[in-house]
Design a protein around this ligand. Structure first.
Ligand SMILES: Cc1cc2nc3c(=O)[nH]c(=O)nc-3n(C[C@H](O)[C@H](O)[C@H](O)COP(=O)(O)O)c2cc1C
Length: 201
């Protein structure tokens, strides 16, 4: 983008780059089934570094992410089973299976900071922004992901399993992996009519 010195910034006419950005955004889909391939910690860290872009009242950065891979996913499965009160081997197996639906499970945690200006809900909005942006960047990088929560997400067994501090709560997990051949979700979405969501006062 070129800008004359001293001239105010003005919206630019639709460029190829902008069209591509809109296409990426419109084309994002969740993938409930993913392959055993996953982004490395270094690849993930690169995407996480872009989360400085999330709107964040007072710049509190009230969030953190926890990578859960390989056998560590059993800890998540066992905690889910405990939270659900499942004690039968079949029940436990079911929850272990849920925790292992993707090779990388990324827990999204809101870490409430003390602030007179920024209430808890605003801090959760920041953590939610991180989950949304990351899902979008993962999609753009060719990875499949799906944000999952469930009624057990804020239960004591899950808090313990993730070693959350008193000021922390789970926002859910991004289940991340590869997209198998033929599993791309390219069916167009239900069209969105801006007029139903956008009005003037
Ligand atoms: C905070 C949050 C929690 C979610 N939890 C679940 C969940 O537990 N189970 C589920 O099937 N979908 C859940 N979803 C919805 C999926 O992530 C996904 O958006 C939905 O399947 C629609 O697919 P799409 O993202 O391709 O439109 C959740 C979404 C959000 C934003």
């Amino acid at each position: 983008m070129t800008r004359a010195t001293g001239a105010p910034a003005a919206p630019q006419p639709a460029s190829e780059a902008r069209r591509a950005t809109l296409e990426t955004l419109r084309g994002r889909r969740s993938h409930s089934r993913v392959t055993e391939q996953a982004p490395s910690s270094a690849e993930l860290a690169e995407l996480v570094s872009a989360m400085s872009a999330v709107a964040d009242h007072s710049g509190l950065r009230p969030w953190r992410l926890i990578e859960i891979r390989g056998d560590r996913r059993r800890i998540l499965g066992e905690a889910l089973a405990e939270a659900a009160g499942e004690t039968t081997p079949e029940g436990e197996e079911r929850y272990l299976g849920k925790a292992q639906r993707a090779p990388l499970v990324l827990a999204v945690v809101v870490c409430e900071r003390e602030s007179e200006k920024v209430p808890r809900w605003e801090q959760e909005a920041v953590a939610a922004g991180v989950a949304h942006y990351l899902g979008l960047l993962l999609h753009e990088a060719g990875w499949g992901s799906m944000w999952r929560t469930g009624v057990l997400a804020r239960s004591a067994p899950l808090r313990r399993a993730h070693r959350l501090a008193k000021n922390e709560e789970l926002m859910g997990w991004l289940y991340i992996g590869g997209i198998a051949e033929g599993q791309q979700r390219d069916k167009p979405r239900r069209p969105l009519d801006p007029a139903e969501h956008l009005s003037s006062l």
